[in-house]
Design a protein around this ligand. Structure first.
Ligand code: C2E
Ligand code: MG
Ligand code: MG
Ligand code: MG
Length: 287
């Protein structure tokens, strides 16, 4: 028997759920088409070494301009793509576009590497390694010039399987980076077994590190722990010089964020790199 309350709730829920599902499905079929037609774009955000000021890498971030909806945020469509399985097509596209763009960039910037964000579903599907190897060969990019960024939660969804998949990727020379560290549920015992070379401190930890003593303690502890485990530490979401200087004092290795540069389309990124190299020896101007 259904109570009036239950009826109302069920009806309300399923009605909204339908509308939601339909627009979700439309969004996902539009995304598939955009990926196929290569109208999605990769923007690149540089990452600088705090000690030397050198640009050591670029993070590729997908951008999608929907013909009717305008710019759709990856924060909105990536979770949907993960749920619906569209993520495998998205990741194939991102690896291909990223490797092609890197091959082009390496002519003038041989020190650069590109980081691509991947999802838990990519890890467990088992096709990632083959796809990446073929793509790198096609664009003549070396495995150690490509970094795969994945969040801890992604790696932990199926720990045993995830770890094995990551290990096979690391074994062929690909770099692994732990993204958004400190943003959610962390398993420290799992962290020590990841075949990663880099750990990225989530921007939520970095945002108030200037004014909050407890944030300072957390960030300093995370840096020390990451170094103890052999990871390079990147701070994400560094928006001003004070934060960059503080992180440098704290021993953080690299920074990424609006202070250095916003994510840019390839031609603008190239112009930015040329100007950066002409003007600065260090992002902190401290040599
Ligand atoms: P993420 O990998 O942690 O990327 C960093 C996000 O922070 C990006 O948001 C970037 O634009 C933003 N950001 C960079 N510097 C600053 C800063 O100084 N301040 C602030 N407030 N934000 C900053 P975006 O591009 O919207 O991407 C959001 C998330 O979507 C990414 O987080 C990543 O998890 C996911 N994503 C983006 N592109 C891809 C992709 O190609 N594949 C997959 N699987 N996920 C992607
Ligand atoms: Mg990332
Ligand atoms: Mg991140
Ligand atoms: Mg994030």
């Amino acid at each position: 028997e259904i109570t009036p309350h239950g009826q109302l709730e069920t009806g309300f829920y399923s009605k909204n759920h339908d509308i939601y599902s339909e627009s979700r499905l439309t969004l996902m079929s539009d995304l598939r088409e955009a990926l196929q037609q290569n109208t999605t774009e990769l923007y690149y955000q540089p990452k600088a070494c705090l000690a030397s000021g050198r640009i050591v890498g670029l993070e590729a971030l997908i951008r999608w301009h929907h013909p009717e909806r305008g710019a759709v945020s990856p924060a909105e469509f990536i979770p949907l793509a993960e749920e619906t399985g569209v993520i495998s097509q998205l990741t194939r596209w991102a690896v291909d576009r990223g490797a092609a763009d890197l091959a082009h960039l390496l002519k003038n910037h041989p020190q650069l590497g590109v980081s691509i964000n991947i999802s838990a579903r990519d890890l467990v599907s088992g096709e990632l390694k083959g796809t990446i190897e073929q793509t790198l060969a096609r664009h003549q990019v070396k495995a150690d010039q490509l970094t795969l960024e994945l969040t801890e939660t992604a790696a932990m969804e199926d720990p045993a399987l995830g770890l094995r998949a990551l290990q096979t990727l690391a074994d062929v020379g690909l770099r692994v980076s732990i993204d958004d560290f400190g943003s959610g549920y962390s398993s420290l015992s799992y962290l020590k077994r990841l075949p990663a070379t880099e750990l990225k401190l989530d921007q939520s930890l970095i945002l108030d590190v200037d004014d909050s003593d407890s944030s300072k303690v957390i960030v300093q502890t995370a840096i020390n722990m990451a170094h103890g485990l052999g990871y390079d530490v990147v701070a994400e979401g560094v928006e001003n010089e004070e934060t960059a200087n503080l992180l440098k004092i704290m021993g953080c290795d690299k920074v990424q964020g609006y202070w250095l540069c916003r994510p840019l389309p390839l031609p603008e990124l190239e112009a930015w790199l040329a100007e950066y190299h002409a003007r600065f020896s260090s992002p902190c101007n401290t040599g």
